[in-house]
Design a protein around this ligand. Structure first.
Ligand code: B12
Ligand code: SF4
Length: 501
């Protein structure tokens, strides 16, 4: 499209409070700006009327890029892409991000999608935009899938995962943390200091996206960028989006030391696995806290070693969870342990064991809380062949993935009485975790009820007896149990329908 120079990027709305401007789009924007393109980021937190804004902005745009995760993102992505295709049928619409990368052909089959950027987007998208701007054809761009003039799907070769040190700094100048703070109550700057994780848990697609290649910014880059951006944008909180931040523990400690030495003050958090944290010394974990780490999210998933083996998570052991809880508690860092329930071949006894062990850990260390989820099979998971054999139906279109992923239990082995028992025991587990976390601020009525319920609730979890749940009924009169938390920040999230008992 010779003569045009503008690229419009859309980040669909998602469930939950914002964590700063969408980092994916800031990363894509940076090389485009360097190459002289104009970039317009459209995000619902900035433009609640995003549909009108996009329809206006595309009138003189080269192309529209849309980012999408599996789940609620997809609905708005489809709606916008359809409306834009109607208004500007000549203008390419490019999808990217995790869902499009993991279900590329299915997404590309939609009439309103012209191309998919698979995996990391910075270089592939820049090359594509340059071709669109000069009217050249799209063959030969690594990492791209597209429809040719006859509608045939072409998959170009994979683009190797780039060393992120060679990529430019995300275009933070395009975002205004103040706008996001109006919704979240805090000025935030989303940051990624590394990508990839060396493990291969078979419910996780990180291995598909980043090929198990952990690659990280050098310590100086992280420290210098944070020392520059935190005061410039008056940032209070930096969520790190790394897949597994502590893969290189020496680097993590050096980053914490660098932040302290720079005198930059902010709170930060990250996700990692307990095997790495448990290997750190008490002093190093304290150092993380001193540099501003206040929360860490862990994908613990189960306390049954057999279930961990089913998940291909043999690297993780229950003792490491306990050690992680001890060290972070000592340092004053809160943690959320994610739990996956209903994993293929998990037995009820193993699930109960998870509840018991996790209950014990949280009793010793009140800084631990939990985010339990019923296993959700996302696209591209390595265990899809097994799931299909077990009767899980894979969604057949982009639209179907919107509702499939979140909130709906799609597991044929977790229905009827089994599901009801799971939900009941889960409610007891969460209630127990909540009643143990009494502070001086807890209102006296609630405090009294919690004292009354403590012993019977613990007895039920110990014995796995959940009939006639009077404690649940009574507790509902005085408090709302938190059923879902952000792994990243520990914040409580809206309840999912599947978890309502
Ligand atoms: C931050 C984060 C979130 C945040 C997102 C909010 C925000 N402000 O960004 C929150 C907390 C909301 C979130 C929620 C969820 N998340 Co999340 N999240 C992440 C995390 C940790 C980082 C994502 C990120 O921003 N990375 C940094 C940027 C730079 O990378 P990126 O997004 O991948 O973007 C690059 C490419 O994908 C591509 N790209 C992206 N968009 C586009 C668009 C175009 C046009 C192009 C060309 C390229 C392109 O180029 C970018 C630069 O290279 C990832 C794990 C990870 N390590 O990436 C999981 C991850 C994305 N989340 C995941 C999941 C499952 C969820 C939840 C469903 C969890 C749940 N059960 O509730 C929810 C769904 C959200 C919802 N309810 O709608 C999965 C996604 C799987 C999938 N199939 O979509 C991931 C991969 C975790 C995992 N390993 O399983 N998440
Ligand atoms: S440790 Fe975490 S990021 Fe790494 S493969 Fe397992 S679930 Fe994915």
């Amino acid at each position: 499209m010779p003569g045009l120079n503008k690229v419009v990027l859309f980040y669909p709305p998602y469930d939950g409070p914002p964590l700063g401007a969408p980092l994916s789009l800031l990363c894509l924007a940076s090389p485009l700006l360097q190459a002289g393109f104009e970039v317009k980021i459209v995000d619902n937190w900035i433009f609640p009327d995003y549909e009108q804004v996009i329809l206006r902005e595309i009138s003189d745009a080269l192309c529209l890029g849309i980012s999408a995760y599996t789940g609620p993102h997809i609905g708005a992505a489809i709606r916008i892409a359809r409306a834009v295709k109607k208004r500007r049928p000549d203008m390419p619409i490019v999808f990217g991000g995790w869902h499009a990368s993991l279900a590329a052909h299915q997404t590309l089959r939609e009439p309103f999608v012209d191309a998919i950027v698979r995996g990391q987007g910075e270089l592939t998208f820049l090359k594509l935009v340059e071709r669109i701007a000069t009217g050249k054809d799209w063959h030969g761009i690594r990492g791209l899938s597209f429809k040719d003039a006859d509608g045939k799907i072409i998959d170009e070769l994979e683009r190797p995962v780039a060393d992120i040190n060679t990529l430019p700094t995300p275009a933070y100048e395009l975002s205004d943390p103040g706008i996001y703070a109006a919704a979240s109550g805090v000025r935030q700057l989303a940051y990624t200091s590394s990508v990839g994780c060396p493990y291969q848990c078979n419910y996780c697609t990180d291995q598909v996206f980043y090929k198990r290649r952990f690659n990280a910014y050098r310590v100086e880059r992280v420290v210098n960028e944070l020392a520059e951006f935190v005061p410039r944008y008056n940032i209070e909180h930096v969520p790190f989006f790394d897949s597994n931040f502590l893969v290189d523990r020496k680097r993590a400690v050096a980053i914490a030391n660098g932040i302290i030495a720079s005198g930059t003050k902010f709170r930060w958090d990250f996700q990692t696995s307990t095997d790495f944290l448990s290997l750190m010394s008490d002093e190093d974990v304290r150092l993380l806290a001193e540099s501003g780490v206040y929360h860490i999210g862990f994908g613990t998933e189960s306390a049954s070693q057999e279930v961990l083996a089913l998940m291909n998570k043999r690297f993780q052991h229950v003792e490491q969870m306990v050690e992680t809880a001890r060290k972070t508690h000592l340092a004053g860092i809160t943690v959320v342990f994610n739990i996956i329930l209903g994993y293929p071949d998990e037995t009820e006894a193993q699930r109960e064991q998870t509840f018991r062990v996790m209950t014990d850990i949280a009793r010793q260390y009140p800084t631990v809380s939990f985010s339990p989820n019923i296993f959700t099979p996302y696209p591209g998971l390595p265990i899809w062949p097994q799931l299909k054999e077990m009767g899980v139906r894979e969604p057949q279109s982009l639209q179907e993935w919107e509702t499939f992923a979140l909130g709906a239990n799609a597991l044929p082995w977790l229905q009827g009485e089994t599901l009801r028992r799971l939900q009941r025991s889960l409610q007891y587990f969460l209630l127990n975790n909540q009643i143990q976390r009494m502070t001086r601020k807890t209102p006296w009525v609630r405090r009294g009820v919690r004292r009354l319920l403590g012993a019977p609730v613990r007895w039920r979890i110990g014995k796995s007896r959940y009939s006639f749940p009077w404690e649940l009924w009574l507790s509902r009169a005085v408090e709302k149990v938190v059923t879902r938390r952000s792994l990243l920040t520990g914040q409580s999230l809206k309840e999912q329908p599947q978890q309502a008992c």
